[in-house]
Design a protein around this ligand. Structure first.
Ligand SMILES: Cc1cc2nc3c(=O)[nH]c(=O)nc-3n(C[C@H](O)[C@H](O)[C@H](O)COP(=O)(O)OP(=O)(O)OC[C@H]3O[C@@H](n4cnc5c(N)ncnc54)[C@H](O)[C@@H]3O)c2cc1C
Length: 407
């Protein structure tokens, strides 16, 4: 694979047919989908990080198991020459230019490089949210973050994680398994409380308790390198403090007219930016028709639809959102639009697996499957329909396949 870091100004790499900004999952999946669809033009990828694209899910799940990041080029079977990868450069401005767009990209020593292309795809992802006054608090978003955390955590070390979302819970799981003494603080009274109803959160809280992870509800009002101030005024001391509060789009450098109020690039179903012909955006930095979906499968699906649009092919149909996770010895898949206010139908098997079927007004909106891969496949199929109905009595029987209710 061509690192491209030494590509000189004025080289063909600076005048590609397709210019991709952001060297992560969406960018890699886009290059793979373009080449898989027969694209023979030139592609350049401006990669903000100083390394080739890598996969982020293992950063939390395999924190203590990896000496090298999980490269994405291999995972997507890319060949050298599929794209020029300009690592260590950040896009800082984009303007309309004759026949397309001009992008300014800044390298590590501050030199600015200009790139021109008729088609530009923004795939710059997100940055973790940390209140500005929380000085010294760590995050887990990049390989460098993971490496620094691994070095700081040893058996017996105390770790406080603020935020019981997916990343916070996975980090807690990996750290506890490695003998780290972990406390998770969250504003809500249960883990995953922003996406799952109370009964589901209570089960996940049970996993934390069984793993020796302390859960503190009520939230944090302040945090520093070695302290977290809880809502009731108590101060929690920890050798390492991590904020896992979610993430915001890395889009501040884009034209304001492309962005929603939350900073997401507003795009249609194939990633096209309204009012900017030739501009596309995919992945975590986007809101598709106003909805953000910051997950692995969504980024790959968006890349495939975008590539089809660039190639003039019919895009694949939208698929239901699927978030996968592994934590506390369980395989967890959330299919569909998670909803903390949904009603729950439980499907439980005798081996300890369960699926929480989330319904609203009688229609299935999502399902969280724990150690139930067959339910994941069924949920993907069922949730591809519009407002599917299920029979609560039949659906609760985990021995029967999950199906829609007979009409
Ligand atoms: C620790 C962790 C665990 C995760 N686990 C899961 C999981 O289990 N399941 C799941 O579904 N999802 C998971 N995710 C989310 C998943 O990794 C993302 O949804 C996915 O990576 C999104 O792809 P993307 O291309 O939009 O962004 P990214 O893969 O984040 O890539 C964006 C890239 O753009 C670069 N960039 C930013 N600004 C610029 C700029 N101005 N110029 C050039 N480059 C720039 C960034 O440095 C980054 O390398 C996890 C994320 C993290 C951080």
């Amino acid at each position: 694979m061509n690192s491209g870091a030494s590509t000189p100004g004025g080289s063909p790499a600076n005048h590609p047919d397709v210019l991709v900004l952001g060297g992560g999952l969406g960018a890699t999946a886009l290059v793979a989908a373009l080449r898989g669809g027969g694209f023979t033009g030139s592609v350049t990828v401006v990669c903000g990080e100083d390394r080739m694209p890598y996969d982020r899910p293992p950063l939390s799940k395999e924190l203590f198991d990896r000496d090298e990041p999980a490269g994405l080029a291999e995972q997507f079977s890319l060949s050298p020459g599929d794209a020029a990868w300009l690592t260590g450069r950040r896009a800082t401005a984009i303007t309309p230019a004759a026949g397309g767009f001009r992008v300014s990209a800044t390298d590590a020593v501050g030199d600015v490089h200009s790139l021109d292309a008729p088609v530009v795809v923004v795939a710059t992802g997100v940055r973790p949210v940390v209140p500005v006054e929380w000085s010294g608090v760590r995050t887990l978003s990049t390989w460098e973050d993971a490496r620094a955390l691994r070095a700081a955590l040893a058996p017996g070390t105390t770790l406080a994680i603020v935020g019981a979302g997916w990343v916070g819970l996975e980090l807690a799981s990996a750290a506890a398994a490695a003998g780290v003494r972990v406390t998770v603080v969250d504003a809500l009274d249960r883990p995953l409380g922003t996406v799952t109803p109370p009964g589901v959160g209570a089960r996940i809280a049970g996993w934390l308790a069984a793993a020796g992870v302390a859960f503190v509800p009520g939230g944090a009002t302040a945090a520093g390198a070695a302290t977290v101030t809880l809502a009731d005024g108590r101060v929690l001391d920890a050798a390492v403090v991590v904020a896992a509060l979610g993430a915001r789009p890395a889009t501040a450098w884009l034209p304001a007219g492309w962005l929603t109020g939350t900073g997401h690039v507003l795009v249609d179903g194939v990633g096209a930016v309204r009012g900017a012909a030739g501009a596309f955006a995919i992945g975590d930095c986007t809101a598709v028709d106003g909805r953000a979906d910051q997950h692995w499968n969504a980024a790959v699906a968006a890349a495939e639809r975008c590539a089809a649009a660039i190639l003039g092919h019919v895009p694949p149909p939208p698929r239901p959102s699927v978030v996968f996770s592994t934590m506390y010895g369980h395989s967890v898949d959330m299919v569909g639009r998670a909803d903390p206010h949904a009603d729950v139908i439980w499907r439980e098997d005798t081996a300890g697996g369960w699926t929480a079927l989330l319904t609203r007004d009688g229609a299935l909106v999502a399902g969280m499957a724990v150690d139930r891969p067959r339910d994941v496949a069924a949920l993907r199929r069922i949730l591809a329909r519009d407002r599917p109905r299920i029979d609560p009595g039949l659906a609760a029987n985990a021995v029967r396949p999950l199906t829609v209710a007979p009409a």
